[in-house]
Design a protein. Structure first.
Ligand code: ZN
Length: 146
């Protein structure tokens, strides 16, 4: 199931905060996404309703297994796109992130698989960050933000 661009971005942010701190709080999420705390709280409620996060008062926000897999799929698309842009399109490395931030929400699974195959199933993106496996089975310890 695909979610809205905004929901996917929140899941990525929560995934990154969890990796760094073990959990995310709505205030940290709001700061990272540069939105008002009320907006972050509203989105966390929505994601919770979709079964993608658990939100316990005073314990912060954690991804459910489904949420984690969904976040990793977005990260996978992002990093494959960055690799594609550098290696095939010859785009300078410092420009691929912003481009991938947009493409990651619209790339179909078919194109994702074709890019992966074209590049020979790369392990890392151009910045050296690991590309999550297709089944999203990689550990949740990224070195950096996607
Ligand atoms: Zn990036």
């Amino acid at each position: 199931m695909r979610h809205t661009e905004s929901a996917e971005d929140y899941l990525k942010t929560i995934w990154d905060l969890e990796a760094g701190h073990g959990r995310a709080t709505t205030s940290e999420i709001a700061r990272r996404r540069e939105v008002a705390p009320a907006s972050a709280t509203g989105m966390v409620k929505r994601l919770s309703g979709l079964g993608l996060v658990d939100h316990k008062p005073y314990h912060g926000v954690t991804l459910t297994e489904t949420g984690r897999r969904t976040a990793l799929r977005v990260v996978r698309r992002h990093r494959l796109i960055e690799s594609f842009l550098v290696r095939i399109m010859d785009v300078p490395r410092d420009r691929v992130h912003d481009e991938a931030e947009r493409w990651e929400h619209v790339l179909s699974e078919d194109m994702e698989d074709r890019i992966d195959q074209l590049l020979g199933h790369p392990d890392c993106d151009p910045h050296g960050s690991p590309i999550p496996a297709r089944d999203a089975a990689t550990p949740r310890t990224p070195e950096e933000l996607p």
